[in-house]
Ligand binder design. Structure first.
Ligand code: DNO
Length: 388
């Protein structure tokens, strides 16, 4: 693996000098101050790349150039936004970037219901509880048709959750679901969120797929011209929520994308923690099947309860994702390519020591470094054992 580290720019509590001491050489960053749809100006991209260079690091992966909602819906000025996207791609490529990570989830990016789940030892992880999402949908958002959209057992559990929740619990849930987690652009109010969700009433699942494939085929010549690869991030959780279509959750979705977009430059971010949100997904089989098109990896692990609630694991190595098998797939693909694959340790626990450095949820220093260290050890052991 070619280990990378996500840096949130000048607002990041971690400095580039500190990141350098993790031993990584490649930084994952974005011009997050630019709004979706805007073209990233060359001088701003260059200034960011130079800042990273001055710290002895390289800005190799962009995460993310967000795709404007109009491109997903084919509304408003979507054609102009596609042209702006191409401009941003040319500019990041000119400054040394090799891969661009992005997602195509309508309205929301990744979603959690609790960002402060305390484990027995006091360290903190994040949780996704589908029953709390249903409760929020039915009782707080009051989305038309929401109650009918869930099965009876989910509705009953959602009712119980809502009845028992204090005002503070309800507010916490609202804030957690709608807040701008890293990668998400805005914190939305429930009314704004509902309005945005309702704009998708006329955009079916197939429409969303067609819009994604059309977008990718449209930008492919720029990828060929610049050498960039595009690495779509899977949906998280990997199934539809709030009645919004989600089209990059399963191997079948990935297969459809490959069939519609022939260029191998159009590929995937293998995010084990996002795909792992569904027990039906086999991350190792997915890596194997789509290996040639995997341009970037996020590795982390999850612990599932039988009822569909999941949280992040105490270790990147143990949990739902068979991390040794996944790493082995990665090493075999690297051997085939004769080239390493960009990978960043995704979300880590927040340890007591991390609490003194306010970080984005999931992006603690010690937590991520622990994850990276585990992955490095695993890589080293597998290389030796398999002669890779
Ligand atoms: C969460 C991240 C996502 C990711 C975007 C990519 O920690 O993995 O927010 O950056 O989905 O567009």
């Amino acid at each position: 693996m070619r280990a990378c580290w996500r840096w949130f720019g000048d607002g990041d509590p971690l400095s580039l000098a500190e990141i350098r001491q993790t031993g990584v050489r490649d930084v994952v960053a974005a011009l997050s101050e630019r709004r979706p749809g805007e073209a990233w100006p060359l001088e701003e991209v260059r200034a960011r790349a130079e800042k990273v260079r001055a710290a002895g690091l390289f800005w190799t992966v962009v995460e993310s150039i967000p795709v404007h909602e109009d491109i997903k819906k084919h509304t408003g000025e979507w054609r102009r936004y596609v042209e702006n996207y191409k401009t941003s791609l040319r500019h990041v490529a000119a400054c040394g970037v090799k891969t661009v990570c992005y997602n195509f989830m309508p309205v929301l990016d990744w979603t959690r219901t609790d960002v402060q789940t305390r484990l027995d030892d006091g360290s903190v992880v994040m949780t996704y509880n589908p029953y709390e999402v249903a409760a929020f949908d039915i009782y707080a958002l009051k989305r038309p048709g929401a109650a009918e959209a869930y099965d009876a057992a989910t509705v009953a559990r959602a009712a119980e959750i809502w009845a028992q929740a204090t005002d503070a619990d309800r507010q916490r849930l609202e804030k957690t679901i709608l807040m701008g987690l890293p990668g998400t652009v805005d914190d939305l109010t429930p009314a704004e969120f509902l309005a945005q969700v309702r704009e998708y009433e006329s955009v079916g699942e197939q429409d969303l797929r067609d819009h994604l494939y059309g977008f990718l085929n449209e930008i492919t010549p720029v990828l060929e011209e610049t050498g960039l690869t595009m690495a779509i991030h899977p949906d998280d959780p990997p199934y539809p929520i709030f009645g919004l279509p989600r089209i990059l959750s399963t191997a079948a979705d990935m297969r459809q994308m490959c069939a519609a977009c022939p260029s191998e430059r159009v590929g995937f971010t293998l995010c084990s923690g996002s795909l792992g949100g569904s027990l039906a997904n086999d991350e190792v089989a997915i890596f194997h099947e789509f290996a040639r098109r995997i341009h970037f990896c996020h590795f982390r692990n999850l612990v599932h309860a039988p009822d569909g609630v999941f949280r992040e694991s105490e270790s990147h190595l143990t949990g739902k994702v068979d991390m040794p098998a996944l790493m082995l797939e990665l090493l075999r693909e690297e051997k085939r390519r004769g080239e390493k694959i960009f990978l960043r340790p995704d979300h880590g626990r927040q340890f007591a020591i991390d609490r003194h450095r306010p970080c984005y949820w999931g992006y603690s220093f010690v937590g991520r470094l622990t994850g990276l260290s585990e992955l490095r050890g695993l890589e080293c052991g597998l290389r030796r054992a398999y002669g890779l």
